[in-house]
Design a protein. Structure first.
Lengths: 257, 257
DNA sequence: TAGTGGTCTAGACCACTGG
DNA sequence: CAGTGGTCTAGACCACTAT
């Protein structure tokens, strides 16, 4: 063993990664195709298998390559984006399919929803602030959903409603929420959505999210914290979306001034 | 050498990563503090240094840890987000500081801009489509800027304007764009912004972006493709923002219906 | 069972940081 | 110069996939 024999300028793993990246970008290695095996790469470039593996990992972290245990390493394919529209809560869509269903179908994907929970809970601070409730003394209804497209999990969605608002409505039950969804029920009890506020960030997924969404390496998530504001300028519902960034995008169209 | 001595269930690197993650989440290792050195971790958990290093890399990829050559590994600190508002082009801000300056100052940061280029170019296909120009026969003015906050690069911004529109305006020169910026000049020549469309995605940075933004591992970027539409419903400008996701967020507030 | 990636080891030398 | 991470090696065994 021992150190690198020729420590010129660029590390071998980066040099090999760059070479493979070039072959991918030129289309010589097409999207979806299998890369040479790590042992082949190692012997081709005269490096240790560990180093070849490191090169592949670099490409994985860039979101270019998918590693699959026992199968091989593959050039990532881009999948159609589910586009969450800023107008998804518009009344013009009332009576029709839910926003997620509509957005999935626009992308040519088959939607499915799983209700994970609907329970009384203490709101996380960041949620309590936006709802204007006290995170110690007041509770909320928390509804957790997992959204699938073509049977793959793509969105983790948590909705929070002040308990005082949700109590006594059908929303507290762990099942689908009926015609026009949550917002239909909230309108039934006097909260008409007039304004929404959406705060968007991106980050790497945490451990739980990586698991729930079965995320491969090099896949960030988009996080949207959505606040619904009613006719009295009061927030009455906050939803936190965590979206696989390689499967979801956002679209806002708005008038200026 | 040889294989893992006790290949029970979880790999050692993941087990150690989980242990360190726990100490970070409990606050035992505070934000900004230095982790034990890899050699210390290795002897503490009785693993090879390579394995300790792998554990650290896992945490880096989660965006939890920053590796610094020669200095040590550190718990990531969260920095204040620059919030790009959906209303940044509103007339109510005319005559004041530029949107970036305003947003930086709101976050307590010092803004700076560098004009990288202003030149006639062939538009990338994705831009040409949105501008409604032919990417082969028509050219555009491409202006590239790099935005800094507290002297660190945080946004790479490329603006594209059909050459037919930009020709003869001061925008073709490689310098600041004057009062009310690009949109002031475009309004001078008859294009009044009435609607904007913003398409948001997140992904890992490519090689160039990683370099320009000096991005550490585990840092995704937010990409916004912004289209300005004028009083005739014609797109007249497209801007592609690439934002360090750990330093920037987006904020949209809009009326429903 | 063959092939592929997943992971680990023990040691070595390089490169960067900071006193 | 001491300490820390960056990277590499050669080999080994495990776990998963596909036949």
């Amino acid at each position: 063993m021992g150190g690198n024999l020729s420590a010129q300028d660029e590390p071998a793993s980066k040099r090999v990664a760059a070479a493979l990246r070039g072959r991918i970008e030129k289309g010589e290695l097409a999207a979806g195709s299998k890369l040479p095996s790590e042992r082949e790469i190692a012997s081709e470039y005269e490096i240790a298998r560990t180093t070849a593996s490191a090169a592949i990992r670099l490409l994985e972290q860039e979101g270019l390559v998918l590693r699959q245990h026992g199968r091989g390493n593959f050039v990532r394919e881009t999948s159609p984006l589910i586009r969450l529209g800023g107008d998804r809560y518009s009344r013009k869509y009332r009576g029709g399919p839910t926003p997620f269903r509509r957005e999935c179908e626009r992308a040519g994907l088959t939607p499915r929803v799983e209700v994970l929970a609907a329970e009384q809970a203490r709101p996380p601070i960041e949620i309590a602030q936006r709802l204007g409730v006290d995170s110690f003394t007041e509770s909320v209804l928390q509804r957790s959903n997992l959204y699938f497209a073509d049977d793959e999990p793509v969105q983790v969605v948590n909705t929070y409603i002040p308990w005082a608002v949700a109590e006594g409505t059908p929303l507290v039950e762990r099942k689908q929420t009926g015609k026009d969804g949550i917002y239909g029920r909230l309108e039934d009890c006097g909260h008409i959505m007039t304004t929404i506020r959406e705060e968007v960030t991106a980050r790497m997924p945490d451990h739980r999210e990586r698991e729930m969404l079965a995320l491969p390496g090099g896949t960030p998530v988009l996080q949207v914290i959505h606040t619904s504001i009613d006719q009295n300028q009061s927030p009455f519902e906050v939803t936190r979306f965590v979206l696989r960034a390689d499967r979801n995008g956002l679209l806002y169209q708005l008038a200026v001034d």
